[in-house]
Design a protein around this ligand. Sequence first.
Ligand code: GLU
Length: 288
Amino acid sequence: MTSEYVGRFAPTPSGPLHLGSLLTAVASWLDARARRGTWLLRIDDLDTPRVDPAAEPAILGTLESHGLRWDGPVHRQSDHLERHQSALRQLADRCFACACTRRELRALDRYPGTCRDRGLPRDGNALRVRAEAAAPSFMDRVQGHVATTERIVGDFIVQRRDGFASYPLAVVVDDLAMGVNNVVRGADLLDNTAEQLLVMRWLGIEEPNYAHLPVVVEGSGVKLSKHNRATAIDDRWVSHNLAAVLSLLGFDPPLDRAEAMLAWAVGEWDIARVPKGAALAGFFAIDH
Ligand code: GLU
């Protein structure tokens, strides 16, 4: 691992940032800045049915108005389809075509191997990779030791039916190409981390450091997400938004101009203070 810290924020442009995604942006920015590292921005735009063309400018505008400046250009997953394909070629021997629909598999914990030996054509079908009941575990800077033994990874999709790389494949390949060695993101992605660790193992890629942040939930316990139309961040209330996010992260900033609050938070930042889960005032729960 290189000594220079390289982190990133990688939103899916399916809607504007809400409190939960702003929390992720702020925490990953602080973690990078406190280490005098680099903070990259990648737009994860491969999930084409969910991409909303208005989302990217809204996300960039919110980051800018909240003083969260990224280093270098904006990266986009859709600009790098060739490197995803090249990783898929390296995994080809482990992959099989699968015609199962999401609906058919919905009730199952794990993929039961339905298409493993059917020899279906790869064209027009998704590609799954044989996970061989692996259950990688890892150390997380917020969650501590994360073992996936109870959620053994089943054969998972690495290329979708529409030909795009799946999220666990694309994120590993793109993080590697961008030199990312520190991943700070929401704990809703913890399950997916096991799949990403397997992809890294197969491709011979060194693991980054991970920190999975608490997920912001509504009073009802439902995770804030674009699906349930979580309220978009209002860019007119920057100091208020930053104070809310910092307090959810376990910090108690003096209410001030955004710039001063962020400078204060960079000085105070200690990821060990970030709560793992359900702790904070009933606001938090790990959603998995
Ligand atoms: N694009 C993913 C999301 O918005 C996050 C990817 C990541 O941080 O690994 O949920």
